[in-house]
Design a protein around this ligand. Structure first.
Ligand SMILES: NC(=O)c1ccc[n+]([C@@H]2O[C@H](COP(=O)([O-])OP(=O)(O)OC[C@H]3O[C@@H](n4cnc5c(N)ncnc54)[C@H](O)[C@@H]3O)[C@@H](O)[C@H]2O)c1
Length: 329
């Protein structure tokens, strides 16, 4: 029986990881989450109906949470973090505190035998600031300098916390001789990703019949990765010892789109003929972002398979039946 612990297990990526693991045999899962953003909704309840999956409600900044979790896990997915533009802009100090401290707690616990192998979820934001000062290649490989260029900007809190996390995981893993893999997620999307994201936001306004459809940063290019592909790559990175000690991009480099094209696809799916009203990007100055997936795909011998239209359909079908609840507005 494989014992797996998932921090942030009631969140977007965590729930999908748990669901994918439970689809296989011989696994026992502990989700750890303080439910600050993750919720005990129908989908978490459905996971918990499976006796192989449990939820520990606790704060990963507190040592007592790890005492309650126990030790001896085979795989640890460290996904918990405070994320999102609103959190980053309004409470950057919490982003730094929670993301850094929870990671140190996880690492101390790993060093004391909490788990055998650790996967740490980092982000493309780790090198986004470097792009302000150096001409990085796009698609961007993993081996690029990580920089923070404007510490007074609250947005640097998230990137800084993840660069710190990558550093801490690497040095603890080496010092305490436990295997780890760092994965940098790039624009992962899918059902239950929240409502503060370009895909559900556009979908919501299309459903409300906004005409013209207001779209920010129409000319920005992004490579979206459906969560099913991201999970398959993460599971492979966890399972494959060839990934130990590596930093791997997780994304989909096969179908870059402009945000304008993304909006057109969402309109087409809804059968709407609304025109677009282009507005400038409010926060994000990075015009093109796409991961270079060669290291990940060659090492793990798998590739993303979900096309953007397939993934949008899977995602938006979920949002069709789960519109934003009134209290979340
Ligand atoms: N979704 C993406 O496209 C994307 C992109 C880059 C990186 N990532 C990284 O992937 C990871 C998962 O992202 P997500 O989209 O699932 O986020 P999410 O917000 O849906 O999930 C994170 C979970 O962590 C929990 N959490 C936060 N602080 C906690 C604490 N102190 N104690 C216990 N639980 C706590 C939250 O309640 C939430 O359920 C994050 O580390 C994020 O930085 C995601």
């Amino acid at each position: 029986m494989k014992k797996v612990l998932i921090t942030g297990g009631a969140g977007f990526v965590g729930l999908h990881v748990a669901r994918a693991l439970l689809a296989g045999p011989d696994v026992e899962i502990l989700l750890v989450d303080n439910l600050r953003r993750g919720r005990r909704d129908d989908e978490v309840q459905a996971l918990l109906a499976d006796r192989r999956c449990r939820l520990l409600e606790g704060d990963l900044c507190e040592v007592s949470t790890f005492e309650a979790a126990g030790k001896g896990f085979d795989e640890v997915y460290h996904l918990a973090a405070v994320i999102g533009v609103r959190n980053v802009m309004e409470r950057p100090q919490d982003v730094i505190r929670v993301n850094a401290l929870s990671t140190l707690r996880v690492l101390d616990w790993m060093a004391a035998g909490g788990g055998r192998k650790l996967l740490f979820s980092s982000t493309s934001e780790a090198y986004a600031w470097t792009q302000h000062v150096l001409p990085l290649p796009v698609p961007t490989p993993e081996a690029v300098p990580l920089a923070l260029t404007d510490l007074a900007n609250p947005r640097s809190s998230y990137a800084g916390s993840k660069i710190f996390g990558e550093l801490a995981v690497t040095q603890y893993g080496r010092a305490h001789a436990f295997p780890f893999v760092i994965v940098r997620l790039h624009n992962v999307y899918g059902a239950r990703m929240g409502y503060e994201h370009v895909i559900p936001e556009l979908h919501e306004r299309v459903r409300q019949g906004q005409t013209p459809l207001v779209v920010y940063a129409t000319d920005h290019r992004r490579a979206f990765c459906h969560v099913d592909d991201a999970i398959a790559l993460m599971q492979a990175a966890m399972a494959n010892p060839a990934a130990d000690g590596q930093t791997l991009n997780i994304g989909n480099d096969q179908e870059e789109v402009t945000i304008g094209d993304l909006a057109q696809r969402i309109l087409r799916r809804a059968g709407s003929s609304a025109s677009l009203e282009a507005r400038p990007a409010p926060h994000d100055p990075i015009k093109r972002r796409c991961p270079d997936m060669r290291r990940t795909c060659n090492l793990l011998n798998i590739r993303p398979r979900v096309t953007l239209d397939m993934g949008l359909d899977r995602t938006l079908s979920w949002y069709d039946t789960h519109p934003r609840p009134p209290l979340a507005r």
